[in-house]
Design a protein around this ligand. Sequence first.
Ligand code: DO4
Ligand code: MG
Length: 278
Amino acid sequence: MKLYHTTQGCVFEHQDRWYSVNKFSWDDLVAHDDLEGFLCDSVTHLAPVERSALNLNEILLAPIRSQEVWAAGVTYHRSRNARMEESESAGGGDFYDRVYRAERPELFFKATPHRVVGPGGKVAIRNDAKWSVPEPELALLINPGRRILGYTVANDMSSRDIEGENPLYLPQAKVYNRSCALGPCVLLSSDPLPLSTEIHLDILRGGKSAFAGRIALTELKRDPRTLVDYLFRNNSFPHGCFLLTGTGIVPPDAFTLAAGDEIRIAIDEIGTLVNWVG
Ligand code: DO4
Ligand code: MG
């Protein structure tokens, strides 16, 4: 089952049929303990909507309203290596190796809803950054009771030169206007995604491929459930939250994003999140 946040309210797709649930806000739905079960049951008294009547490309919003966005870092070997290299001259390299091996994960605050863009929106590169990349990540949607309700696609935009200069600059490298993209929908499921699930990144410049990469969840070192447990330690989320699970795809060092680039991030079963840099 896939849940969409649109300008016309919340819409879900179940067994090839589409339903509108606009009497509930996005926040009402995220508060549910068993959202998938609730929506499944509601199908008996909802009339399906014609797919052709929903112009999804025009009406899709980011699947967020009042949720905070957090992120895990250095959860893939590729991210550990890239970060050790970029911060070597600043003496920061060892920290990334230590956090990759440690029991406690790296978790950081990523975005408030107003910094998040949805499908088709423009993500930003900082004016004071010289080396910017998208980070394609699987994101978890978690309810206030710390249950994983489902999964979406995320882009954790990052300024690698700022983070590499000093790891203490991480919040500036990561948190700025339009630094995060989410969408196109939330795949509602209380089951973990299969480890064979792949994340794909394609960056197009002038319509041509500028970089492409992929990674499977088998390479994710941390169990999503454990990441959630750490995030909720002495922390509450009255409207639930998103947790990005880290990147395993890092473009070569010579690559930096430019205005006009198209970023396509696809995760099997969920869909493709498309954004432009601007
Ligand atoms: O340690 C810095 C951030 C790491 C990160 O965002 C990632 O690994 O995805
Ligand atoms: Mg990241």
